[in-house]
Design a binder for this molecule. Structure first.
Ligand code: DX5
Ligand code: ZN
Length: 217
């Protein structure tokens, strides 16, 4: 059963609440918030205030992807804003073990994201702390980028490590997920699909974009 998580990064920043309501209506399972600080990645988007502003517009699971330095600074704010999951980047902290634990203590699911150059086996020491693993299939920072083909091997490797652990860790993929790449990433073991442009730019609208990805499962 696939989980579809549309990314608001491809939405209209002038009416994100309407985007959230429309995505809910269109059948989104999760709403993916791409939080960027202009330091960890060369782009600046939004913070916990936007999560709070949209919380009452939908009952969907808020999946917050923190592409920020010092993610530990923001845990309480995102928890109070209504985030359901907080995904930090392995590359953004030397204290991933502690930060993931604090995310859970704050009542959210704890996610870890890997940039394309970070070896997948790096997660082996952190498996007990994970509720979600995010394999980036583009360099983080922007929507509409090309899928990196070697991400398929990374997804297969991650799926093997997770299955061998016997733990319930959701495997999420993010970046360039569309009609051309979705079947391969699902076959490689991805269960949560993040997509921005493939959904918001679908010629037949949001519901068709979501359904097209879901039918790959
Ligand atoms: C990139 C973000 C992705 C991006 C996906 O840094 O993490 O979530 O918005 O956009 P598409 O689906 O257009 O590649
Ligand atoms: Zn993302």
């Amino acid at each position: 059963m696939l989980t579809i998580a549309p990314s608001l990064l491809s939405g209209d920043f002038g009416c994100l609440a309407q985007n959230a309501r429309d995505l809910t209506e269109a059948g989104a399972d999760w709403i993916h918030f791409d939080v960027m600080d202009g330091r960890f990645v060369p782009n600046l988007t939004f913070g916990p205030q936007v999560v709070r502003a949209l919380r009452d517009d939908t009952d969907r699971y808020f999946d917050c992807h923190l592409m920020v330095e010092r993610p530990d600074f923001y845990i309480r704010q995102f928890a109070e804003a209504g985030a359901n999951n907080l995904t930090i980047h392995y590359e953004a902290t030397h204290a991933a073990h502690r930060v993931l634990g604090r995310i859970r203590e704050a009542g959210m699911h704890a996610g870890l994201a890997l940039c394309p150059a970070t070896p997948v086996h790096a997660i082996e020491e952190l498996l007990p702390e994970l509720d979600l693993l995010l394999i980036m299939s583009v360099d983080p920072g922007f929507g509409g980028q090309e899928f990196i083909p070697r991400s398929l091997g990374r997804l297969r490797q991650a799926r093997e490590i997770i299955d061998a652990s016997g733990q319930h860790i959701r495997l999420e993929v993010d970046g360039g997920i569309n009609h051309d790449t979705v079947r391969e990433v699902v076959a490689a073991g991805a269960a949560v699909l993040v997509a921005g442009s493939a959904i918001f730019r679908h010629p037949d609208g949001l519901a068709a974009g979501i359904a097209a990805l879901r039918s790959a499962g």
